[in-house]
Design a protein around this ligand. Structure first.
Ligand code: ATR
Length: 291
């Protein structure tokens, strides 16, 4: 008897830029696994209904992206230790009894890419993170857990930066975490003293805040490693500016693949064929058309 095909997917809004369906479909087909992965564009007001749908329809699991990574929390039955620490979820599993469990694979994906492409571990690192949303809190918590030396959360809306910094100081006693508005003198000082600058905002995202650089390019300098969580386009305006100022750009593709590989492992128990997936994603991204 043929095995029953189970549903997987991604919920977010908008989803035009997402390559998650392509990534997971390539991996599932290559391994011959009985799942289908679909994009579910869910407007913020419909999030609760969408999660009830996941539960009722027996969808095996979903990824969660902008702007729902924090908003999903109240609708889940349980959180992994990592997701609880981060206060954000990017992966949900639906168990056989209908319970929804929230995980977060963004931090693992980020650290794996940082090690592979930047030769860096979190220990002792001085980091400036742009953004105070779900992605930012996941990366910040992971870096602090790995022993980052100093962290500055820089955000367009200053209150969110201050609130996240306070929450992180409470969760990681003894850590040095500051929150400041983007564009101000504290932000400039934090970037000047950082080893690593991470864009965890959606600025630069194709089909969204396209063309936007969330920090003054004058702050970019040789020796600074600059990572962007946006992977479509591959070279965001921030990464192009980093290259022009002789800083070291790291695209969001590695983090994207590794967070996806961890979600894939959680749902299917199998290893994603990373090399194949990377080649297919690069082809799609370099194709130029919106994918
Ligand atoms: P998620 O939870 O998925 O990270 P989010 O909570 O909507 O999504 O967070 C998006 C982040 O990108 C926020 O830090 C947002 O800044 P605000 O808190 O001021 O809204 C940031 N962001 C989005 N567009 C931006 C832009 N054009 N310039 C600078 N920051 C931007």
């Amino acid at each position: 008897m043929a095995s029953v095909v189970q549903a997987l997917g991604i919920i977010g809004y908008p989803l035009g830029h997402s390559l998650s369906p392509l990534m997971h479909t390539v991996a599932l087909r290559h391994l011959g696994l009985p799942y289908r992965y679909q994009a579910y564009e869910v407007e913020p007001g419909r999030l609760k209904g969408a999660l009830e749908g996941v539960r009722a329809l027996g969808i095996r699991g979903v990824n969660v992206t902008i702007p729902h990574k924090q908003a999903v929390l109240p609708y889940l039955d349980e959180l992994s230790e990592e997701a609880r620490l981060m206060g954000a979820v990017n992966t949900i599993t639906r168990e056989a009894d209908g319970r929804l469990i929230g995980h977060n694979t963004d931090g693992v994906g980020f650290l794996t890419a940082l090690r592979e492409e930047g030769g860096l571990s979190g220990a002792g690192l001085r980091v400036a993170i742009l953004g105070a949303g779900g992605a930012s809190r996941a990366l910040a918590a992971k870096l602090l857990r790995e022993g980052a030396g100093e962290l500055a959360i820089l955000n367009r809306t200053p209150g969110r930066a201050a609130a996240l910094a306070e929450e992180l100081r409470a969760k990681f006693p003894g850590s040095t975490v500051a929150g400041a508005p983007l564009g101000g003198p504290e932000a400039a000082e934090a970037v000047a003293g950082a080893d690593l600058l991470v864009n965890a905002t959606s600025a630069g995202l194709k089909g969204g805040a396209e063309g936007v650089i969330p920090v003054s390019p004058d702050l970019l300098r040789p020796g600074l490693v600059v990572c962007d969580i946006v992977y479509n386009p591959l070279m965001t305006p921030l990464l192009l500016a980093a290259k022009a100022h002789k800083a070291r750009p790291i695209t969001g593709l590695g983090m994207f693949i590794h967070q996806g590989a961890e979600s894939f492992r959680i749902w299917t128990g199998c290893e994603m064929p990373i090399g194949l997936v990377r080649r297919r994603l690069l082809r799609a991204l370099r194709g130029g058309s919106r994918v």
